[in-house]
Write a protein that binds this ligand. Structure first.
Ligand code: PHE
Length: 333
């Protein structure tokens, strides 16, 4: 009788998942054939027990095998049904550029169009390139303007507080004329608030040649703000930086008189967008450039600040939170 069942099991073929389930219940169910036979095993005469047991086990294995292989064909069948190569793919969400990248690229593009090229340098700097060469010797009070992160306990190694360090490196290795931009991340040990962060991005510019004048600087900045903001008025306000003399802050008039008034953030009027000045001759001498023959100007701006002006953003911390709801608003740009 078991042999007969074995044949039946071996030749069974499920035509549907329901049939397969029926088969499973019929053999493997609680009241199924296998349990039934195992129950009978007790009453089989002793001399037949061995033979009966062997066959019963063969049957049990056959059932298990059949269930296993039927399941495999079934899922293979499902897979085949699923692989419709003509189906349109899922919509794949495209990322967007970070607003800092967008505005950085725009600013670089504007200056590149008038002959500036890009210079790069390390974020971990030494004292010389970040401070001393820039006319800020040790204990110079101007160092307090840029609270510094030092690496471990070595006061010579620090996170750059501005990308002027890149300009020093460039001037050490090249001779004028030079026209460079140094974009990059900078670090300052400042309390984080809606208006300041311990990490931000800068673009600094440097132009050194014979007879470079303050008028050249002002014209270049006027060209820049007009390209970036539309028709705009700027004003240079006297200021102080150790590495430039004279020095100035650049304000742009942010009001109804500009073509960009639809982008006005909180308040109107003169808003500060960068620092600038004529490179101090002492800085040129520090890097081996003849300050009698050459002069130059430099400027530096924080990218975050410009993005906040352009896109009416009120909190600098948003740039570093990577909230998709914020980032996705820049998709179209
Ligand atoms: N390095 C200055 C800063 O980070 C900016 C600056 C650059 C000012 C060049 C003047 C000239 O604050």
């Amino acid at each position: 009788k078991i042999d007969e069942l074995l044949l039946q099991v071996q030749s069974f073929k499920a035509n549907s998942p329901e049939e397969l389930e029926q088969f499973r219940i019929q053999y493997n169910g609680k009241k199924g054939i296998l349990n039934d036979l195992f129950a009978q095993f007790k009453s089989v005469p002793a001399q037949e027990k061995k033979e009966f047991g062997l066959r019963l086990n063969t049957l049990k294995q056959a059932v298990a095998q059949k269930l296993e292989s039927s399941k495999a064909t079934e899922s293979a069948q499902n897979d085949a049904d699923f692989k419709d190569l003509t189906r349109p793919s899922y919509p794949r969400p495209l990322g967007s550029r970070h607003p800092i990248s967008l505005v950085r690229n725009r600013i670089l593009e504007i200056f590149q169009s008038i002959g500036f090229s890009i210079a790069d340098g390390p974020e971990i700097e030494d004292d010389w390139h970040n401070f001393s060469a820039l006319n800020m010797p040790e204990y110079h009070p101007a160092r307090d303007m840029q609270d510094t992160f030092f690496i471990e306990t070595n006061p010579d190694i620090l996170l750059r507080t501005h990308t002027s360090s890149v300009q020093i490196r460039y001037m050490e290795q090249n001779q004028p004329p030079m026209r460079i931009l140094s974009p990059g991340r900078v670090f300052r040990n400042e309390a984080i608030s809606s208006r300041s962060h311990c990490i931000f991005h800068q673009i600094e510019g440097l132009y050194i040649d014979e007879n470079v004048s303050f008028a050249d600087l002002k014209q270049t900045l006027q060209f820049f703000t007009t390209e970036l903001f539309g028709k705009s008025k700027i004003r240079l306000r006297p200021s102080y930086f150790p590495f430039t003399e004279p020095s100035a802050e650049v304000d742009v008039y942010w009001g109804l008189e500009t073509e960009t008034d639809y982008r006005i953030t909180k308040g109107t009027g003169w808003l500060e967008i960068m620092g600038c000045g004529m490179v101090d001759p002492a800085v040129l001498e520090n890097v081996g450039i003849d300050s009698n023959r050459y002069s130059g100007y430099a400027f530096g701006m924080g990218i975050e600040r410009i993005v906040m002006l352009l896109y009416q953003m009120g909190d600098i911390r948003m740039f570093f939170e990577n909230d998709k709801r914020m980032l996705e608003q820049f998709k179209a740009l």
